[in-house]
Design a protein around this ligand. Structure first.
Ligand SMILES: [Zn+2]
Length: 239
């Protein structure tokens, strides 16, 4: 039976809930150039455009159209029933894991539902779309909050905690990630190095250079619930 599991989730699991992925092939995100809406330079150039962009993403969640799927639900069940240690690391900025019930969760690329003080780095929950009145309460004068999202060229959050979890995990599961964006793409190497079993779940056929020991091809909403049941029953992955 596994003792310590690290799960990494990416755009693929949110896509099954109907969210368009962050990195489309054409370098556009909802018709915007990535460099305009997902870089510190883009924000410095036109903060209102960036706020409008994240507000539109934020609204998608508040109109009830996007819901957690069976993959998110299964990971919340794993957290509740697994007797060992579990950490879910997500590259997604949506709150679908939380809404499914996950609590031991690390948003390495930030959260759409929060704003951050650019001076103190303190985060604030957003109860309505971004606007000029969203200022921090930690500074005098109060600072305008920026989206609590990791942009290109910025350092992801929680890397020390993730590294620590990977160093001692015996199972690493990557779900719906492209495996091409570092540092997340290197997590499998760390897990392999420490002797963990490693498994990837993806819609597309596994890259033949993949570092994972096991590949499960198909929808996360179908494969993750089965894998979670196996883990809870004490089964170990084998060929
Ligand atoms: Zn502040």
């Amino acid at each position: 039976m596994y003792q310590q599991i690290v799960v990494l989730t990416g755009a693929g699991i949110s896509a099954e809930s109907g969210l368009r992925t962050f990195r489309d092939q054409d370098g556009l995100w909802e018709e915007h150039k990535i460099e305009d809406v997902a870089t510190p330079e883009g924000y410095a150039r036109d903060p209102l455009l960036v706020e409008r962009f994240y507000n539109a993403r934020w609204q998608q969640f508040h109109n009830g159209a996007i819901e957690p799927n069976a993959g998110h639900m299964a990971l919340a069940k794993l957290e509740k029933e697994f007797t060992g240690e579990l950490l879910v690391v997500t590259q997604n900025i949506d709150d679908l894991h939380e809404r499914a019930g996950s609590q031991r969760l690390l948003h390495m690329h930030g959260e759409l539902t929060k704003g951050r003080c650019p001076r103190s780095q303190q985060t604030f929950l957003l109860t309505e779309p971004f606007g000029p009145k969203h200022t921090c309460t930690c500074c005098i004068p109060a600072q305008r909050l920026r989206p609590h999202v990791v942009w290109f060229g910025e350092m992801p959050f929680g890397l020390d905690r993730i590294q620590h979890a990977l160093d001692s995990c015996d199972l690493f599961i990557a779900i719906g990630t492209s495996g091409t964006v570092y540092p997340a793409a290197g997590f499998v190497d760390t897990a392999n190095h420490h002797g963990a079993q490693t498994v990837e779940i993806n819609l597309v056929e596994a890259d033949r250079h993949s570092q994972f020991q096991y590949h499960l091809q198909g929808k996360a909403s179908e494969i993750v619930p089965k894998l979670v049941e196996d883990i809870l029953q004490g089964k170990i992955l084998s060929n």
